[in-house]
Design a protein around this ligand. Structure first.
Ligand SMILES: *Cc1c(COP(=O)(O)O)cnc(C)c1O
Length: 379
């Protein structure tokens, strides 16, 4: 089945009892047993819920995976993977990461004896020298947040081929519409389904997708034992959102490309970060592993000050100043005073997050309106 067909049909069938086209929301905590231990595979809803199973099958299908697992949030999904690490284990990752991921690594798992190696960019030359028998996990976010760096997934899979480390890709920014990390050699894909998968800024949810049966069993064991599951109402909303994933992504990508081109030619803008620009150093690898370039664009101003950035943000009318991304509406964020405010300025600068860096999640509105809003704000 092709992707657009999968978004609509995978994981769901007309309800056998009534013929309802959408699956029921099984709002139940437990299930009646015919006799003690005689049940239909459903005992207690932390372990299994039919609505969640529908969604897990759908997400697995989109990622060309055999197994899917849904969680209460993207962070809960990442936390599940980190629970596979023991004290003394090592993780290789990049410094350009979603802030919450960095916080989880540093304030919870580094404290418990897991060693994190942060490289400026994940490429085979940087990862190879750090690999050793203690390496348990290689964590890649591509495109990354907020600088939209691209990691060559195939190249990393190649150097990990004979190594036992788990290769995980945070596919939140790309979605399976643009990129399928398992096909490129990753072991597990993670999503903040909060973003593009749900797509309407009304759910917090996470997901994992994988192919190895033994590995999936470990994940389901943690999912059931720790209990950070997604509820049936949220699973229903995710299934509903995913039905238009391909349509939304197509427009997100089109709009983002138009906006990135506009920004890169604007006299007040110093740099535009978008892998779809031909002068981006990531353009070639992005083209090779993604179907298009995504809906996220970052830029910094020639007047590289906090106040200049704040001036732009205050004048925007259509772009809403808010954390998060991937919804139908355009959002704008200022890492230096929002997601990365807790990092000292000097460190931020080293990470490439300048004071005027602005990140936009380009929505699916009419791009003419978005361009006009930006033109007025930048004037
Ligand atoms: C939002 C986000 C997360 C965390 O997901 P939540 O659903 O907010 O817990 C992880 N990675 C990336 C890239 C994100 O954008």
């Amino acid at each position: 089945m092709k992707f657009a067909t999968k978004t609509i049909h995978s994981g769901v069938e007309a309800d056998p009892t009534t013929g309802a086209i959408m699956p029921p929301i099984y709002q139940t905590s437990t299930y009646k047993q015919e006799g003690a231990g005689n049940h239909k595979g459903f005992e207690y809803a932390r372990g299994k819920n039919p609505t969640r199973l529908n969604l897990e099958a759908c997400i697995a299908s989109l990622e060309n995976a055999k197994y899917g697992a849904c969680f209460a949030s993207g962070m809960a999904a990442i936390d599940t993977l980190l629970k596979l690490c023991s004290p003394g284990d090592e993780v290789i990752t990049s410094a350009d990461l979603y802030g919450g991921t960095y916080r989880l690594f540093e304030t919870l798992y580094a404290e418990r004896g897991i060693k994190f190696h942060y490289v400026s960019e994940i490429d085979s030359n940087k990862v190879k020298p750090l690999l050793n028998s203690k390496t348990k996990l290689v964590w890649v976010e591509t495109p990354s947040n907020p600088l939209l760096k691209i990691t060559d997934i195939k190249a990393i899979a190649e150097i990990l081929r004979d190594h036992s480390a788990i290769f995980a890709v945070d596919n939140t920014f790309a979605t399976p519409y643009l990129q399928k990390p398992l096909d490129l050699g990753a072991d597990v894909v993670m999503h903040s389904a909060t973003k593009y998968l749900c797509g309407h800024s009304d759910v917090i949810m996470g997901a994992l997708a994988m192919n190895d049966e033994g590995f999936a069993k470990e994940i389901y064991h943690i999912q059931n034992s720790c209990g950070a599951i997604s509820g049936p109402q949220d699973c229903f909303l995710a299934l509903r959102g995913i039905k238009t994933l391909h349509l939304r992504m197509q427009r997100h990508c089109e709009n983002a490309k138009t906006i990135a081109e506009y920004l890169s030619g604007h006299k007040k803008i110093d740099r535009t970060f978008f892998p779809g620009l031909e002068n981006s150093k990531y353009h070639f690898v992005a083209r090779s592993q993604m179907a298009d370039f995504g809906g996220m664009v970052s830029f910094c101003l020639k007047n590289n000050s906090l106040s200049a950035a704040h001036g732009v943000l205050e004048k925007l009318r259509l772009f809403t100043l808010a954390e998060s991304l991937g919804g139908v509406e355009s959002l704008i964020g200022h890492p230096a005073s929002m997601s990365h405010a807790s990092i000292p300025q000097i460190l931020r600068k080293k990470m490439g997050i300048s004071d005027s860096l602005i990140r936009i999640s380009v929505g699916v509105e009419d791009v003419e309106d978005l361009l006009l809003d930006l033109a007025i704000a930048l004037d």
